[in-house]
Design a protein around this ligand. Structure first.
Ligand SMILES: [Zn+2]
Length: 514
């Protein structure tokens, strides 16, 4: 067993991780507000804490880790989206939760043990508000319940701020019902057109912070091991969670270790709609960037450093993963590499873990490579489908499309000799054309003995500019032997040796076709 150590935001140092109960290691991570697709930045904490979840399962056993990540399904942004679109809140939140699970699944994220929706815990939130009022940490005013920050001496300890600094520095909402401008909302009144629940303070809805405190208490208890989230949540959200939970349940410590991931940038700039560099996880997946590639790029930067997403990193990640998958595909999953485990145990040094995988690949340790890919969530039981298909680049695709267009025109003109010639040349180049199918071509490097020549060679013979001798020569330079069969028909008798598309033959086909 390896000693895990984690950087604790609360103590501002890296500490050995000692769970309260090794039989039930407990972690809470703030989840999404569900009104729209997750953008790339939203995915970073999901991947970071998924790696931690996997490491904890590896060390303590899969049945001895409880991971809670909530869905915020009551929020003014959701209400606004419903008003804009005329759709119901349930419809929007259900759809968005489905999208989120699907997109994060594509990034290799395991589903947490519990994924509670805030609206299913309203009773617990009301009870916590009442408890805070009873203990003198909160007060009701004009249909609101507010947390009195002055009642909790440690307020600001996590983010290292004093209440006075916060008042000076923060844009606090000054409201007549607040005793102190820093007091924050636990419960607020709802008008008839907004979602609301009956409470001792009238019909209303919870503030955002109270939901995490209530759900963590219900599902993990008053003391648990790890609380995670993006560092943009440190203040005020996490500060407020601590205040609520410690004051409602002074017998508990709330979270013992606080972990925060840094933010994400795109090509060196903050992601924003106005800069045109804003995109969702789904956008990338739809563009054909595999989820494993996105995950790999995320893991290449330590979670406490700003992560810069670049197209170049994604291309490199894809090349590396293709190489690793080819090696891992032929191996049985072996024991975990000690250096890889040590890197992960050192405050989730995922960059170091990838370095270990590079070494395992270089040394030809396919079994350990496979085990490491699985631990990092880069591979499940099998190599992903996309890695079995050959990479398609823009230039290649446009050349193929051009040849297919010329071939289609030849067929319309009933020039079958020409259309068959193009098809045959494309087959030698490593591309099978499939009429009447969509897509109508695929990479096919190992065309069989009765491949293209049996079909198309007669078409070349004396009917196009290409002579059969030229084709035999072209083919034999690529380890493809072409010969006549017993009936005197030309056919290919060995498969191609290469695993790449043959550009020279494609160029030759283009010249012949024009
Ligand atoms: Zn939270």
């Amino acid at each position: 067993m390896v000693q895990i150590s984690l950087y604790n935001t609360k103590s501002r140092q890296q500490e050995p991780f000692v769970p309260q109960d090794p039989e039930d290691v407990r972690m809470y991570v703030c989840g999404p507000t569900v009104y729209d697709r997750a953008h790339l930045g939203n995915a970073r904490p999901v991947v970071v804490f998924d790696v931690l979840f996997r490491l904890l399962r590896q060390e303590y056993g899969a049945d001895h880790v409880t991971y809670v990540r909530n869905f915020t399904d009551v929020d003014d942004k959701i209400n606004a989206r419903a008003a804009e679109t005329g759709r119901s809140i349930t419809e929007i939140t259900d759809e968005t939760i489905g999208w989120f699970l699907e997109d994060m699944g594509a990034l290799g994220a395991l589903e947490p043990t519990h994924a509670p929706r805030a609206t299913h815990y309203i009773g617990q939130m009301i009870a916590m508000c009442a408890e805070l009022i009873a203990r003198g940490h909160a007060y009701a005013a004009e249909g609101h319940v507010l947390f009195a920050v002055e009642s909790y001496a440690d307020y600001g300890a996590l983010s290292g701020r004093s209440v006075d600094d916060m008042i000076a520095g923060a844009r606090v909402e000054v409201a007549p019902y607040k005793r102190n401008p820093m007091d924050f909302v636990l419960w607020k009144p709802s008008t008839e057109d907004l979602p609301g629940w009956d409470s001792p303070w009238g019909r209303g809805r919870p503030g955002w912070h109270i939901e995490c405190s209530a759900m963590a208490q219900e599902l993990l208890g008053a003391t648990f091991d790890i609380h995670g989230g993006g560092n943009d949540l440190q203040f005020p959200h996490h500060e407020n969670e601590i205040a609520q939970s410690r004051c409602a349940h002074p017998e508990g410590e709330f979270a013992r270790v606080w972990m925060h991931n840094e933010m994400l940038q795109v090509e060196g700039k903050k992601m924003s709609k106005s800069l045109g560099n804003f995109f969702t996880v789904r956008d990338l997946l739809d563009q054909g960037v595999p989820g494993e590639v996105i995950r790999f790029v995320f893991l290449s930067t330590h979670y406490r450093k700003p992560m810069d997403w670049t197209a170049k990193k994604a291309e490199e990640a894809e090349r590396t993963l293709r190489k690793w998958y080819a090696q891992a595909a032929e191996a049985e999953s072996g024991a975990q590499d000690a250096e890889l485990l040590a890197a992960l145990a050192d405050d989730l040094n995922t960059h170091g873990a990838l370095t270990a995988l590079h070494r395992l690949s270089g040394d030809g340790h396919g079994g350990a490579l496979r085990a490491g890919l699985q631990l990092l969530g880069l591979m499940s039981d099998a190599v992903p489908d996309w890695a079995l298909r050959k990479p398609v680049d823009g230039e290649l695709t446009s050349r193929i499309e051009k040849l297919l267009a010329i071939r289609a025109a030849a067929k319309r003109e009933k020039n079958y000799a020409k259309s068959d010639a193009i098809r045959g040349l494309m087959q030698i180049a490593g591309i099978s054309v499939m009429d009447g199918k969509e897509p109508n071509w695929e990479f096919d490097y190992n065309n069989s003995v009765f491949g293209w020549m049996a079909v198309s060679a007669p078409a070349f013979d004396g009917k196009t500019k290409v002579t059969i001798e030229e084709l035999v020569e072209l083919a034999s330079a690529r380890d493809v032997k072409i010969d006549r069969d017993a009936d005197g028909r030309w056919k290919q008798v060995t498969s191609r040796g290469s695993k790449e598309v043959d550009f020279e033959i494609l160029e030759f086909a283009e010249r012949e076709a024009e």
